[in-house]
Design a protein around this ligand. Sequence first.
Ligand code: NAD
Length: 213
Amino acid sequence: MKIEQQQIPHATAKRLPMYYRFLENLYASGKERVSSTELSEAVKVDSATIRRDFSYFGALGKKGYGYNVLYLLSFFRKALDQDELTKVVLIGVGNLGTALLKYNFTKNNNIMITSAFDTDEAMVGEEIGGVEVFHLDELKERLDDSVSAAILAVPVQAAQSVADLLAETNTRGILNFTPERLDVPDDMRVHHIDLSVELQSLIYFLKHDHETN
Ligand SMILES: NC(=O)c1ccc[n+]([C@@H]2O[C@H](COP(=O)([O-])OP(=O)(O)OC[C@H]3O[C@@H](n4cnc5c(N)ncnc54)[C@H](O)[C@@H]3O)[C@@H](O)[C@H]2O)c1
């Protein structure tokens, strides 16, 4: 069955990596099937949402049986392109960048930071988490078609100029950790990660849960 990514709602697509990781763990522990209730408890998503999400993959769990773990994994692997290695680069090897390089998606065999860039000469030539740091001046020549996205961890003042530089490469995706709202061409996609927004939202829900309990 061919999976049309366009037909998967954005909210569903965002949950896929979480489902995938949990199912991989289940499979590794020898479990062959799983119910939506079990999944729901593990990933903290209500079971009706899980059933709806899975229905986009033509995976309709059987009553009293649940879902076949291997079957789901094979669908998700295709949807997430887990069969292919996704290469990303990191720009800005400071506090955050260094932590990301050391982490380097070790729990996910299919995503890898392959090179890093910084303007600080002292960083150039260093190897962190097995990844070499190059000067930003080399970005254009070192970014080939195989690189899917760039992680941006530079100071806010440098963010737009680095995004402009990236727009001139083949890379069409930026995972932006800086607070800067980036201006990019229409064919580029920016995902913004703002820890304070996430934390504020958590605190809002904690307060809200408390009020309703
Ligand atoms: N540290 C955190 O926990 C954290 C959390 C969330 C977001 N952020 C954001 O991430 C960004 C980085 O934070 P940090 O704490 O790692 O900062 P940092 O100052 O420790 O590191 C920034 C790095 O970027 C490099 N740099 C500067 N200009 C550059 C350019 N034009 N091209 C390439 N590299 C350049 C610097 O040499 C330095 O190594 C900031 O925008 C910050 O707001 C940081």
